[in-house]
Write a protein that binds this ligand. Structure first.
Ligand SMILES: *[C@@H]1O[C@H](CO)[C@@H](O)[C@H](O)[C@H]1NC(C)=O
Ligand SMILES: *[C@@H]1O[C@H](CO)[C@@H](O)[C@H](O)[C@H]1NC(C)=O
Length: 370
């Protein structure tokens, strides 16, 4: 996603991807009042009690009691129609890794791309974004199409902050499988959809975390950040073949709406809360850092707007004009030549206090107080 920040060169038959940071096409379209963030969704991930065979079918006993997520919505939220086909995901874990299952209802299953690491969202696809330590930098992205062709890449930070997409990165031990309920690339009949099973080992997730306190497998109650997206193109049927409608943008259907057409806003992703208990026994908690996360990202976006016109960040809190938020101190702000750091003291409901910091590259993390 955020196709516009990538310069994509597909060489004949090869599928070579080159990332560059020249602006290609329009900037992400902001929705009115980008500061009115929808609260992220959350999902409690329970352990699997029996083995899972990776065949894409989701019919293993282990999946049976694992709850489905909400149905995916348009990336722009309620301003857009409800997606015309249903998408849901579920997750479970073992001591080896995280399992993700997804069911994509689809009357016309098709796929064209067969080369690993090519630009999969040119087909209909299913996408996972994951940031275990939730700092908004160094996160993984995985896309796959109905032919079970995958593209895994590591983002050093969001594209908007000058992030690089490391295409050569391979998820250690990744396994995927797709099951098509119907016929792929055959327009003469109507299909029911396709389903996906992904096994992402802890080893391949550990390298996405700077935070030394993170455990793999996670501890009971640990919270990571994750989001899912489904890209769906409009098609026509000509002579029994599927064809993409030319020059029409794709639909982006997502688990937890971002409020902007850009998946690369990790601060808007959903909360993945691990549980060691039996299915249904845990309570989903709100991310306790969310007020600081939201506030500091508002500050960050306001600083970026300021810099666009003034060519520098402002050291003046007054000029940023942010409201007071209960439970948060006034921010401490430091600016450099072309940088800033802002931190706030968050008072948790139980009275504990934490300093949280953001910088000009949207790196959000907990720090020691000054
Ligand atoms: C999907 O692709 C993986 C990796 O290439 C392969 O190991 C697996 O057998 C494939 N399976 C299915 C069912 O799609
Ligand atoms: C998940 O991603 C979608 C697509 O960008 C977005 O609309 C949604 O807000 C995201 N959810 C969260 C919680 O980030």
């Amino acid at each position: 996603m955020m196709r516009q920040a990538m310069l994509v060169g597909v060489l004949v038959g090869l599928c070579v991807v080159v990332q560059a940071y020249s602006e290609q096409g329009p900037m992400p379209r902001e929705v009115p009042n980008p500061h009115a963030y929808p609260a992220p969704l959350g999902y409690v991930c329970y352990p699997a009690t029996t083995p899972i065979v990776l065949d894409g079918k989701l019919d293993d006993a282990a999946w049976k009691d694992i709850p489905w997520s909400e149905e995916f919505r348009d990336i722009e939220g309620t301003r857009k129609p409800i997606p015309r086909h249903r998408t849901r995901m579920k997750m479970t874990w073992t001591k080896e890794g995280l399992y993700i299952g997804a069911m994509l209802d689809e009357p016309h299953v098709w796929g064209t791309l067969t080369d690993h690491d090519c630009v999969i969202f040119q087909d209909n696809d299913f996408e996972v974004f994951i940031d275990p330590d939730g700092d908004g930098h160094v996160y993984g992205e995985l896309e796959l199409n109905a032919l079970n062709t995958t593209w895994d890449l590591l983002l050093t930070k969001p594209y908007k902050d000058g992030g690089l997409a490391v295409n050569g990165w391979e998820v250690v031990g990744l396994k995927t499988a797709v099951h098509v309920d119907g016929t792929i690339n055959d327009a003469r009949d109507t299909d029911r959809g396709w389903s996906v099973e992904i096994f992402w080992p802890w080893q391949g997730l550990r390298e996405l975390s700077h935070a030394r306190h993170l455990a793999f497998p996670p501890h009971d109650g640990d919270q990571w950040r994750i989001n899912f997206s489904r890209v769906e193109w409009d098609i026509t049927i000509e002579e029994g073949k599927y064809r993409k409608v030319p020059k029409r943008p794709e639909h982006n259907w997502v688990w937890s709406p971002q409020g902007v057409i850009d998946m690369h806003r990790p601060e808007r992703w959903g909360v993945l809360q691990f549980s060691t208990q039996r299915v249904g026994q845990a309570t989903l908690r709100a991310d306790p850092s969310q007020p600081a996360r939201d506030y500091l990202h508002r500050l960050y976006y306001t600083q970026q707007d300021f810099r666009k016109s003034a060519k520098s960040y402002t050291p003046s809190l007054e000029r940023l004009g942010l409201p007071n938020v209960p439970g948060l101190s006034k921010p401490q702000l430091r600016t450099g030549l072309d940088s800033f750091e802002a931190r706030v003291l968050l008072t948790l409901p139980d009275g504990r206090q934490q300093w949280w910091q953001i910088d000009q590259s949207a790196m959000f993390r907990r720090v020691e107080g000054r």
